[in-house]
Structure formats: structure tokens, C-alpha cells
Design a protein around this ligand. Structure first.
Ligand code: AMP
Length: 204
């Protein structure tokens, strides 16, 4: 079973994916997290893609598709968090036959507000929101004890760029899956628990 969770930047895809993984033992794959890790480790791939990530641009399809394919090989229950983000990527994985695509619908102005308070942990990128999903101990990740930081690409000028790209490249992906009748829209403008319950209903 392969489920994809899509939505604009900051819509809460990672949070829903993490919750589904914990409750239903899905294998969750966030290309964004994997790609950032490559940059952090300074691998050859990381060096090639650093400029895209830091400017808020999408990493070229061939790198991402290959990474996704390799990572989910042999896995039975998979959640794709933020993939596919271009129609090219969607077509390149047509053979994987996604079962369901969940789109987290959140108005742009709300998401922009969220970014100011979004934090991730330095080690593994676990996500928090200072008001709606705060860590138990200020500034520290509940899961691995590492420091919470603001992502470089969560800064306002980069967020603007990410939105431009979302409208141009990722909205057509939503239409693509709507046509295929595997798209479900969840109102992502609610508190994280309500959003999760809605996503769960769809999977059930
Ligand atoms: P995210 O953590 O999902 O917000 O992704 C952070 C960054 O990683 C994006 O701004 C892109 O530079 C890159 N990225 C993540 N997913 C994809 C994807 N499916 N295709 C291309 N680039 C991606």
C-alpha cells in the first residue's frame, strides 16, 4: 500500500505522516528530509542539490525519483510525505500504483503565519509548532533530545519562493490525481489532532 501526502509548504504533511507511522507502522519517506540529510553530510548528491534546497527550489526530478525508488524498495506499507511534487515525478512512478493521495488544504496566509513558529530538531528534523505542537521541554526535541532550530528555507523570503513553485509545479499534480480519482482533500486548517483524525478516516 502506498499513500502520498501532499499540500503546500508548511501544511503539516510531516506531522500527519509521523502520526500514521506511529499508529499503523507505515514506512514514511520524506524526500525533503532525506535530501537535507545529504546536504548536511556533504555527500556528492548533497553538494549537487544544496543550491536548490537553500533557495527553496525543487530538486530536479531525476535525483528525487531515484532516491524515492531506492528507499522504498521492498517496503509494503509506505507513506510518501511531499512526493510527487511535479507531474514529471507523478508520471515517473506511475508503475508504483499509489492507492490514495491525501491533500492537506490550508490557505496560504495561514501557512505563512505558521512558518514563523515552526521548528524542527537538528538531528532528525522532527517537526514542532511553538503554539500548537510545542515540545515538552522548551527548545528540545521530545524524540531524540536534540536542539530545535528554524529551517533556513522557512525564512520569509524563501517561503515566498517555495509558494511560487508550489502553485506552478505541484498544483497540477493535485489535478492529475483528481482525474485519476484517488485524491482526498483534508481541511488542514484545524488543530493537528483533528487533521490527523480526518486523515485516518480516509485510510480506514
Ligand atoms: P520539505 O521538507 O518537504 O518541505 O522539502 C524541502 C525541500 O526539499 C524542498 O523545498 C525541495 O528543495 C526539496 N524537495 C522535497 N521534496 C521534493 C520533491 N518531491 N521534488 C523535488 N524537490 C523536493
Amino acid at each position: 500500500m502506498i499513500i502520498s501526502i501532499l499540500g503546500p509548504p508548511g501544511s503539516g504533511k510531516g506531522t500527519v505522516a509521523e502520526q500514521l507511522c506511529q499508529e499503523y507502522s507505515f514506512f514514511s519517506l520524506s524526500p525533503g528530509r532525506l535530501l537535507r540529510e545529504e546536504v548536511k553530510q556533504g555527500t556528492t548528491l548533497g553538494k549537487n542539490i544544496k543550491k536548490y534546497i537553500e533557495s527553496g527550489d525543487l530538486v530536479p526530478d531525476q535525483f528525487v525519483v531515484e532516491l524515492v525508488r531506492l528507499t522504498i524498495k521492498g517496503k509494503k506499507k509506505v507513506i510518501l510525505d511531499g512526493f510527487p511534487r511535479t507531474v514529471g515525478q507523478a508520471k515517473a512512478i506511475e508503475d508504483l500504483k499509489l492507492n490514495q493521495v491525501i491533500y492537506l488544504d490550508v490557505p496560504e496566509n495561514i501557512v505563512i503565519e505558521r512558518f514563523a513558529e515552526r521548528r524542527v530538531c537538528k538531528e532528525q528534523g522532527h517537526g514542532y509548532h511553538l503554539k500548537y505542537l510545542p515540545p515538552k521541554k522548551k527548545g528540545i526535541c521530545d524524540k531524540d533530545g536534540s536542539k530545535l532550530i528554524q529551517r533556513k528555507d522557512d525564512k520569509p523570503e524563501i517561503v515566498k519562493e517555495r509558494f511560487k513553485i508550489f502553485h506552478a509545479e505541484s498544483e497540477p499534480v493535485i489535478k492529475y490525481y483528481k482525474k485519476k480519482k484517488i485524491l482526498c482533500i483534508v481541511d488542514g486548517n484545524k488543530n493537528p489532532e483533528e487533521v490527523y483524525q480526518e486523515a485516518k478516516k480516509i485510510l480506514k
